[in-house]
Design a protein around this ligand. Structure first.
Ligand code: DO4
Ligand code: MG
Length: 285
């Protein structure tokens, strides 16, 4: 079962259920107007199964604008959860190498605030590269969609856009490397009803295109995440509440070679096999 937020024409944002990968059932006809409240339902996957069997207004996927699947949720991220990320970061900075090495093995993960929901971009919207950065990369990541009780109710795709020169210069610059306009993309769907074992079998792939031709491609598997899913969620919800739920990006396992930086008008395509493809052009912000 896959959920989305969508808009038809200039209408208000609605919550949809994907049907046959080709159309969207409009759940507002059942009084479901907010993704946040839907994610609080007990037994959500079963309830969506019932809704899928009902006669609901249906829109071809090609006729709607998919929106980021987020309303009031804060967006957080974990880092250095894949060996590839640890190695790349240690090479990027003598200054921070020890910190990355230690956090990869420490009981407490690296957790950082990534974005307010209103700053997140959805499918097709431009992701940003900072005008004061020289080394910019996308980070293709599985994202947990969590309700207020800290349950993983679904999974979406996240792009944790990052300025590696700023991050590498000084670890204290991490918020500037990670948080700026258009630095986080989410979507296109929220896959509901998958277990951790299901998700660990999914493949993550990225392709970056410049002037229509691929300039970087990479892949990994969600199974390469070092920490368990409950461990990541438990640390996020430790000593803080999320009344609207939260989204947690789970780290990157794909890092382009050091000579590579994104440029304006590149296109970033991220596919996670159990979810779909998130595609965004790149713009300087
Ligand atoms: O501290 C650096 C950030 C790490 C990160 O975002 C990742 O591993 O995905
Ligand atoms: Mg990341």
């Amino acid at each position: 079962m896959k959920l989305c937020r969508f808009q038809s024409g200039s209408g208000r944002p609605r919550v949809g259920l994907l049907k046959n990968d080709s159309s969207v059932l409009d759940l507002s006809a059942e009084g479901i107007d907010r993704l946040t409240s839907l994610l609080e339902f007990e037994g959500l996957a079963a309830q969506l199964g019932t809704l899928a069997g009902q006669k609901l207004p249906e829109f071809p996927l090609t006729d709607v604008q998919l929106l980021a699947p987020v309303e009031q949720q804060e967006i957080w991220a974990v880092g250095v959860t894949y060996l590839r990320s640890k190695k790349a970061r240690m090479e990027e900075s003598d200054f921070s190498a020890t910190a990355y090495d230690k956090v990869y093995d420490a009981p407490r993960p690296e957790l950082f605030f990534k974005s307010m929901p209103e700053k997140v971009v959805g499918p097709g919207d431009a992701v940003g590269i900072r005008r004061d950065a020289t080394w910019n990369v996308p980070e293709p990541e599985l994202a947990f969609v969590l309700n207020s009780r800290g349950h993983i109710v679904g999974y979406t795709i996240g792009n944790d856009m990052s300025s590696r020169d700023i991050e590498g210069e000084n670890l204290l610059y991490l918020p500037q490397a990670k948080i700026y306009d258009r630095s986080c993309a989410l979507g296109p769907f929220v896959t509901v009803g998958a277990t951790e074992a299901d998700a660990r079998a999914w493949k993550i792939a990225i392709e970056i295109q410049r002037a229509g031709a691929p300039v970087f491609a990479g892949k990994t598997s969600v199974g390469q995440i070092k920490r368990t899913f409950p461990e990541l969620v438990e640390y996020l919800f430790r000593s803080q509440k999320f009344p609207h739920g939260a989204v947690l990006l789970t780290g990157t396992g794909i890092v382009p070679p050091d000579g590579f930086t994104l440029a304006a008008a590149d296109r970033v395509k991220i596919n996670i096999s159990g979810i779909g493809t998130l595609e965004n052009p790149v713009a300087v912000v």
